[in-house]
Write a protein that binds this ligand. Structure first.
Ligand code: DX5
Ligand code: ZN
Length: 220
């Protein structure tokens, strides 16, 4: 069994105090930095790109988990690797030759993962699963933080964990969107092992404590 991880989403950080928030994550019990890249085409929002990731990398002491919500991500893989991505996930819906794009990520020296939108069934991963270090299941429609968690996610996690088990794989399953202390444990029990949390962590009054509590909850 994989260890259970927390990846705070930098999208919810205070960009005017980015170094402070990066250091908060460094000094907390969090495991990865979750970094959302949005292009205004694949999702109806624009976030940040390479220069901001490079700035985060300068201070971060934990892996950068870069979630690309961009059309044709294959155009930029090497650049994201160069500015410090450790894990790169691409949406199944955003790239035509998924196998080639995952190979490109591996060749750039990163761990490769696939993201599924809410209504994309996990069955599309059947053949590509052995090549995925991780699968990220969206539990909201991507584009914005602070949205409500969609309950249909539980079933998708269970199906995906069964698919991985049947293939003898320990694929990491990451959940992104609306994660709080109310659903964290149930997500882990369903078969997830990495939880992204943005608003829940950054809007709390004691962020390191919130991370610590989440970690305790998912490892209990
Ligand atoms: C949204 C992003 C998420 C977002 C999650 O498209 O992929 O990572 O930051 O934010 P919360 O945890 O606030 O739902
Ligand atoms: Zn994300």
């Amino acid at each position: 069994m994989n260890s259970k991880l927390i990846a705070p989403s930098i999208l919810a950080a205070d960009f005017g105090n980015l170094q402070r928030d990066v250091e908060m994550v460094n000094n907390s019990e969090a495991d990865w930095f979750h970094i959302d890249v949005m292009d205004g085409h694949f999702v109806p929002n624009i976030s940040y790109g390479m220069p901001v990731i490079q700035a985060i990398k300068k201070h971060a002491t934990k892996p950068l988990d870069v979630h690309l919500m961009i059309e044709k991500p294959e155009r930029y893989i090497e650049e994201f690797a160069k500015v410090g991505a450790d894990i790169i996930t691409v949406h199944y819906e955003s790239t035509v030759h998924l196998h080639r794009t995952l190979t490109q990520i591996e060749d750039a020296g990163c761990k490769a993962g696939v993201v599924l939108n809410l209504t994309t069934p996990v069955s599309v991963l059947e053949d590509i699963l052995p090549k995925c270090y991780m699968v990220l299941l969206m539990s909201i429609n991507p584009g914005f933080g602070g949205q409500k968690f969609e309950e249909m996610t539980y079933n998708k996690i269970k199906k995906l964990r069964k698919m991985a088990n049947d293939q003898g794989l320990k694929t990491r399953i990451e959940i992104d969107g609306g994660v709080t202390d109310k659903n964290a444990k149930a997500l882990i029990d369903a078969g997830a092992d990495v939880l992204v949390a943005g608003s829940y962590i950054f809007k709390s009054s004691n962020q390191p404590e919130t991370i610590k509590d989440l970690k305790r909850l998912i490892n209990s």
